[in-house]
Ligand binder design. Structure first.
Ligand code: 5CA
Length: 157
């Protein structure tokens, strides 16, 4: 098992949840690929989008429904500082995951987490498990508890 996958499953187990990762035969690097592999709605895929404070350098994680986009102004208002998208190197250094496999939990450095209310429209959603081929299913309420996320709108439209 990869170190990244192990870290994600460790965090899930430590929270008292009994969830299993699913290894897909094809890439789940993008939300569209993950939805196709799982056979679920695009919005049931949890995108883990990392933004960074332009002054502080601190990162924030936005758990976003697959078909939604983070609105940088709304995201900045929630964070209380101007945010821009974190580059791939920052994402890897802070989370320990490469883009395409960033999980909602198991980050090397914990950071504030925000959850898109759209994800709560489903009984189950699917998130990356630390690799571009592993995903896991979770109830949105459990995802909220697991990540300590704040539920607030931050998407475009
Ligand atoms: N495994 C899938 C679904 S669970 C996944 O990780 N999707 S994702 O949306 O969370 O990750 C891909 C996202 O990474 C893209 O939507 C894009 O927002 C972001 N991304 C892709 N390339 C870069 C890059 N070079 N720098 C920063 N962010 C990037």
């Amino acid at each position: 098992m990869s170190k990244s996958l192990k870290r994600v499953m460790g965090a899930i187990g430590a929270a008292g949840l009994d969830l299993q990762p699913v290894e897909m035969p094809e890439s789940t690097r993008t939300a569209a690929e993950a939805a196709a592999a799982v056979g679920c709605a695009l919005d049931q895929i949890v995108k883990s989008i990392v933004f960074q404070g332009q002054d502080s350098g601190r990162i924030h994680l936005f758990l976003t429904a697959g078909g939604n986009q983070v609105d940088p102004d709304k995201a900045s208002a929630l964070a209380g500082e101007a945010l821009g998208r974190a580059d791939a190197g920052v994402v890897r250094d802070r989370t320990g995951f490469a883009i395409g496999g960033v999980a909602p939990v198991g980050h090397l450095t914990p950071c504030p987490v925000h959850l898109d209310p759209r994800l709560c429209d489903f009984a189950t959603v699917w998130a990356a498990a630390g690799t571009p081929r592993h995903v896991f299913a979770i109830a949105p309420d459990d995802l909220l508890r697991l990540t300590g996320a704040t539920l607030a709108p931050f998407t475009r439209g």
